[in-house]
Design a protein around this ligand. Structure first.
Ligand code: SF4
Ligand code: F3S
Ligand code: FES
Length: 253
């Protein structure tokens, strides 16, 4: 079965833009990205859109569909209210390059600020041993496809450009949490305190656990419950640990 749908798609660039109206054919089983491709092939041949796998795995086709951050290739037309206009806009938290394409380099800059895993001294990679629950935790976080929908939706930066310098966002706080909870990470032995860094360098305190990041994650990673809240608990424990408190006091003298 086919029908005509009404689409409003944001067209423009860094200087500004507006929503453009299109009526476009939709076939059974299609996703929003199929319709955007049809637009490109017909009435909007210069429409800019980023995509790659069309399978929910590359994280490229992130946009906002009816105001909600989503992957265009994983949003079935049949899941949207029938007969209503479908509005497609670029991710709001990042600067527009053109049309639906945004400049997500903020995220790569934040990724570079998180120091890498520090291998345990005296153990070769093949000799690492971990409990299954520790492996499982890392595996959950490693499902991330770097779509940056969580970064886009978090209210700390979504409408607050001024917070971007101090806040790494859920995706990268999750990375800090993964490393801090990694039983083999030897960062502490090199003098790197990931809990302190989470608070003082990556802005953990800005997160007030609204869970919007978790709601939009296409990989269904429990970002808030399994990464951010445990990291907050660990950071608070560190702060109120009498030995840490004493150490800080002595260091400040
Ligand atoms: Fe996307 Fe989820 Fe990774 Fe965030 S954590 S970038 S929403 S896959
Ligand atoms: Fe933002 Fe997620 Fe925290 S949406 S406020 S990082 S729980
Ligand atoms: Fe790869 Fe959508 S095109 S996730």
């Amino acid at each position: 079965m086919s029908y005509d749908a009404h689409f409003r798609v944001w067209r423009g660039d860094a200087a500004g833009g507006e929503l453009a109206d299109y009526t476009v054919a939709v076939h059974d089983g299609e996703v929003v990205l199929d319709v955007i491709h049809r637009l490109q092939a017909t009435e909007a041949t210069d429409l800019a859109v980023r995509w790659n796998c069309k399978a929910g795995k590359c994280g490229s086709c992130s946009a906002e569909i009816n105001g909600r951050p989503r992957l265009m290739c994983m949003t079935r037309m049949s899941s949207l209210p029938s007969g209503e206009t479908v509005t497609v806009t670029p991710m709001r938290a990042f600067p527009v390059v053109r049309d639906l394409v945004t400049d997500v380099s903020f995220n790569y800059a934040k990724a570079r600020e998180v120091p890498a895993f520090v291998p345990p001294p005296g153990l070769a990679p093949g000799e690492y041993r971990m409990k299954q629950e520790d492996v499982g935790r890392s595996q959950e976080f490693r499902k991330c496809i770097e779509c940056f929908l969580c970064q886009d939706t978090c209210h700390v930066v979504r409408d607050h450009e001024e917070n971007k310098a101090a806040f790494a966002g859920p995706r990268f706080l999750m990375r800090v949490a993964e490393l801090d909870m990694h039983p083999l990470d030897a960062a502490a032995e090199t003098g790197l305190d990931r809990k302190r860094a989470a608070q003082e360098e990556h802005g953990l305190g800005y997160c007030n656990i609204t869970k919007c990041c978790t709601e939009v994650c296409p990989e269904h990673i429990k970002i808030t419950d399994n990464a951010l809240i445990p990291l907050k608990e660990r950071a608070v424990d560190r702060k109120y640990d009498p030995l840490v408190w004493l150490g800080n006091k002595i260091r400040r003298r």
